[in-house]
Write a protein that binds this ligand. Structure first.
Ligand code: GTP
Ligand code: MG
Length: 194
């Protein structure tokens, strides 16, 4: 994929701030710190275009990144960070629901999980939420550099089992080693040109 332009268009909280040109959107969701922003940067071959947080749970807005004036990556706030207050959690829920409830531009949601760990209850809820709202979902296993390739399948089946996936594929990626990025691009092109 040739990247001709990348624009950070808006960091939105409310619906009226979302872009309205009707371009297709691919959203990234997952636990805080799972590597959502890093994944966007790797895909775009940029160091710090999407902000990578030192403090987990920092992304509290919906960030819309326009790529080649053709589609958007949508970086959603992460969940599951222990030090976030109840009020902030409720706020997170509202921000997410407002976006997910009825977004016709949204053609696929990337659910990111850490390849090393069994998905959490919240990951499972998120997956069910995505299905409930009727969106397509692609599961991405991040930080694949943390385990050896020989162990991928073992970890995939743990992820599969917890989320209740059947034969949907899981794409392993490493933003550190830049592996899996090509495969993910193929998926993306498939999605937004459909
Ligand atoms: P929030 O915005 O807080 O929800 O986090 P996020 O999901 O956007 O995660 P982010 O991209 O900010 O990355 C979190 C931390 O994980 C950073 O310290 C990254 O350097 C690290 N990280 C991200 N991807 C990888 C990876 O593929 N491999 C390794 N080893 N570390 C990674
Ligand atoms: Mg982030």
């Amino acid at each position: 994929m040739k990247i001709k332009s990348t624009e950070m268009v808006v960091s939105a909280v409310n619906k009226d701030q979302y872009p309205n040109e009707g371009l297709p959107e691919i959203a990234l969701v997952g636990r805080s710190n799972v590597g959502k922003s890093s994944t966007i940067n790797s895909l775009l071959n940029r160091k710090s275009f999407a902000r990578v947080s030192q403090t987990p749970g920092k992304t509290r807005t919906i960030n819309f990144y326009r790529i080649n004036k053709e589609f958007y990556f949508v970086d959603l706030p992460g969940y599951g960070y222990a030090k976030v207050s109840k009020t902030e959690q409720a706020q997170w829920g509202k921000i997410m629901e407002r976006y997910l409830k009825d977004r016709k531009e949204l053609c696929n949601i990337f659910l990111l999980v850490d390849i090393r760990h069994e998905p959490t209850e919240q990951d499972k809820q998120m997956y069910e939420w995505i299905k409930y709202f009727g969106y397509e979902c692609t599961v991405i296993a991040t930080k694949s550099d943390k385990i050896s390739k020989g162990n991928y399948q073992k970890h995939f089946s743990i992820i599969r089992k917890k989320l209740g996936l059947s034969d949907e594929k899981i794409i392993p990626i490493s933003s550190l080693k830049k592996t899996g990025i090509e495969e993910l691009w193929e998926e993306i092109i498939d999605i937004y040109t459909k």
